[in-house]
Every structure is written in C-alpha cells, then in structure tokens.
Design a binder for this molecule. Structure first.
Ligand code: SF4
Length: 435
C-alpha cells in the first residue's frame, strides 16, 4: 500500500480523537470554484503550545488495526474499515518531510492497539525517540499513551514527548463495561497516576537543579534535569454515547484535574459511525452540549464553580444559556452585586465578567469608585454585567436581562450536531465567558 493511501486512511481514522483539537466550526470547501482551500480535510490539527502559541500538528494513527472492540470506535476489531499500518520510519520521515516544508510544527500520534499494549507503546515511543535523538527534531510531540503499557515505556515516551494523553473514554466503569469491553477505569487512572508522579518528580528535579546553580561560590552546574512531558498530560471523554448526565461528566473531570493534575479534559461529542451497534444512540450528540461542557469546565477551573452548581435540577447544563448566566438567573437573590465592595470571588461569578475584567475593576477601585462608564469601557463584557451589578450611578432592580445579556440561540446546526467531529481547523479554544 502506498504511503499516500496510508495517510488517507490513518489521518482520517485519527480525526475522531479530540485531544488536540475539537469541533464546532462550519464546513467550508472550494469545490464550487469559489475561493481557495477547504477545512474538511484531515491530517492536521491545531493545538496550543505551553507558551500559548497555536501550532499545527500532523495528526495520524500509527495503525487503525486494534484488538479492542470499543463499540463507539470506527477502528474496533469488528469494524470492516480498510486497515493500514505505518512503520516507525514512515511516520518519522513523514513528520520530518512535512516539518521541512513548513506545513506542521509538530506531531500528534495515536494508535489502535496491536499485539499488546507494550508492543504498541514501544512503537509510539520509538517514533518520538528517533525524531528527537536521530534527527534532532525540536518540534512539538503529543503521544497518545496506552493505559496497560509498562511504566518504563510510559517513562520513555515522556522523555521524548511534550505531552502525553490517556483517554478516559467514558465517565464510568459501568459505561465502559457496556460499550468498551476490556477497558478498565481503574487501569486508566493508575496510568494517569503514574504519569502524574513522573511529572511531579521532573518538576522537583528541575527545582533542585536550579537551586544548585544558584548557590553562591558554586561553579555553574551544567547537569540538565531529566525531561518528562513538559506540556503535561490530558485526556478525552466521549459525550453522548452513554446515558451519563453533565453533572457526572463534570464531577469526573473535577476529580481528574485534582487527582492527576491534567492540563485539559477534552470533550468529544459522540457521532455515529458506520455499522454501529444498536447499543449506541442513532444520533450524534448535539455539539452545543460539548460546547457547554467546555464552558462549565472552564468555570470550574478558573472561576471557582463546582459542577453541581452549574447543572440544572435534572443534572444537565442549560443548552440555551452559558452555564454562568444560567447559574446567575437561577440565583436572583445574590444579585445585584456591589462592584466597589464585592470580593474577587463574587465578581468572578457575575455574568460577563472574566478574569481580566475583574482584575481591571479591582485595580480601578483601589484608586476611586468604579462607575457605570468604567463598566461600559470594558466593552460587551461590561455591558452584559450591568444587569447584575450596582454602582453609585447605576442601580438596577431585580435581575432582568438586557439585550446585551440575553442568551443567543445556538445555531441550528450546532444544536442538532450537524458538524463533523474533529475536523480540520474546527476548534477554537473555549472562551472564558467574557474576558
Ligand atoms: S482501544 Fe482505542 S482504537 Fe481500539 S477500539 Fe478502543 S477506542 Fe478504538
């Protein structure tokens, strides 16, 4: 099979993994001879480097053969898709070739599981090793790791990769038992814990090496601390393939962030695959649900919200309003908030105010009273917040949403999940509600 054919199969098979990108963009192409380019291809995804740069990654599988039979996965052993497999050298050469042509700045490599978890992990780590050690590759490498693989192999992968990720797949063991036979939540978490330990060790050693260098009278120590996945670890959860509600999904995420210091939990709305099992829903999960989960996730990490505060009584997030607005509307007794007196944590809960706007308000009120004009200078965020705050020259009554704060209906396509999953250029970093 030609390398071009393998790329077509294995880049297409990789598009279902949202761990370095996600979905939600509109589909565009130039098949009508109007304009240039297309965002419907596969093979390149975007990710964010630790310094915040958006980078393009070659996103492929080493192979789409797999011994597992996860019902939601197009690569499962019982699937009748065309199979292909790259050799280690082919992936290395492709990466270098695309890199030299300035098409990509890194590699996102995943794989179906062949022979054994250890064998597969060894091959993935070997790609990264050859890139770094043989070719001096300095680009970004994200390796998907195999939960049951030996710890020494995970350590090896972390030595060469910038980021490692292990997919949690579904929120509970019961869901895994039903849809991903053979996968163990405990095993996945054990592997995450192993990576976390190594991340902590690497951080500790880095601190120690800096301390040695800074001792007075000591010659400069040239010893470099061992490298281990400096961009940390992440995971992905499939949304809507099982009956888990948003509350349990968010609680699992909160536990993962706290327990394993994950950089990100990626949510991937389930989309039907060919010849799917009757145990799976016949419809794609609405992408607006995925979007709301990202917003709620952000609120838990940066705004001090708890999962149970953000969901509606039935355990789901509002599809009509962003979770912060839905929470505020459900708690009119807490508003309006006095911008000149409220603590930072309270201001962060005001719809419209993001981390940066709150910082600006706190800085301003140190020197004088904040007034309506100051809020308006914050732009849309400030105007949206006016319904929820009072100021010396602005005293709203009970919370009533002005046009600036009213929720905008999700687009028809997003509400019905009409987008493809994980398409090229399809992801934008979730907004911090305002900011
Ligand atoms: S182990 Fe991964 S590649 Fe294999 S069937 Fe399950 S989800 Fe798909």
């Amino acid at each position: 099979m030609s390398v071009a054919r393998k790329i077509r199969i294995l880049a297409d098979a990789a598009k279902y993994d949202a761990s370095c990108a996600s979905s939600g963009g509109t589909r565009r192409d130039s098949s009508d001879q109007q304009g240039l380019g297309s965002n419907e291809g596969m093979g390149i995804c975007h990710s964010y480097a630790p310094d915040g740069r958006c980078i393009s990654l070659l996103k492929i599988l080493l192979t789409n053969w797999c011994v597992y039979d996860c019902l939601y996965c197009v690569n499962r052993v019982s699937s009748d898709v065309e199979r292909a497999r790259f050799s280690v050298e082919e992936v290395v050469n492709l990466t270098l070739d695309f890199y030299r042509r300035n098409v990509i700045e890194g590699l996102f490599l995943s794989s179906g599981i062949i022979r054994s978890p250890d064998y597969t992990m060894e091959q993935l780590a070997e790609v990264a090793r050859q890139l770094r050690e043989v070719h001096g590759f300095r680009g970004y490498i994200h390796l998907k790791t195999i939960p049951d693989a030996d710890e020494a192999l995970l350590a090896r992968a972390g030595r060469y990769a910038d980021r490692l990720s292990i997919n949690i797949e579904l929120p509970s063991q019961a869901s895994l038992d039903s849809l991903a036979p053979g996968k163990s939540s405990q095993q996945i978490r054990q592997s995450m814990a192993g990576i976390r330990l190594k991340l902590d060790e690497a951080r500790e050693q880095k601190t120690q090496s800096q301390q040695i260098r800074s001792l007075p009278g000591q010659p400069l120590a040239r010893v470099k601390p061992p490298r281990f996945a400096p961009a940390g670890q992440s995971t992905q959860m499939i949304i809507g393939a099982d009956a888990s509600d948003d509350r349990s999904i968010l609680q699992v995420s909160a536990g993962l962030y706290a327990g394993y210091r994950l950089k990100r939990v990626y949510y991937s709305a389930f989309s039907p695959i060919p010849h799917a099992s009757a145990r799976l829903p016949g419809q794609a999960a609405p992408l607006v649900r995925e979007h709301r989960l990202y917003q709620a996730d952000w609120l838990m990490r940066f705004y001090g919200f708890d999962a149970s505060e953000l969901v509606l009584p039935g355990g789901m997030l509002s599809m009509e309003m962003d979770p912060k607005l839905a929470w505020a509307v459900a708690h009119p007794e807490l508003f309006p908030v006095d911008v000149n007196r409220a603590p930072r944590e309270t201001l962060l809960r005001v719809p419209g105010l993001g981390v940066h706007s709150v910082q600006r308000l706190l800085a301003a009120r140190r020197v004088r009273q904040v007034r309506r004009a100051d809020m308006e200078r914050l732009g849309t965020a400030g105007r949206k917040a006016l319904d929820f705050v009072h100021l010396p020259d602005h005293r709203p009554g009970a919370v009533q949403l002005s046009p600036a704060a009213r929720p905008r209906p999700a687009s028809k396509a997003a509400a019905h999940g009409a987008f493809e999953q994980t398409d090229l250029f399809g992801w934008a970093e979730p907004q911090a509600i305002s900011a």
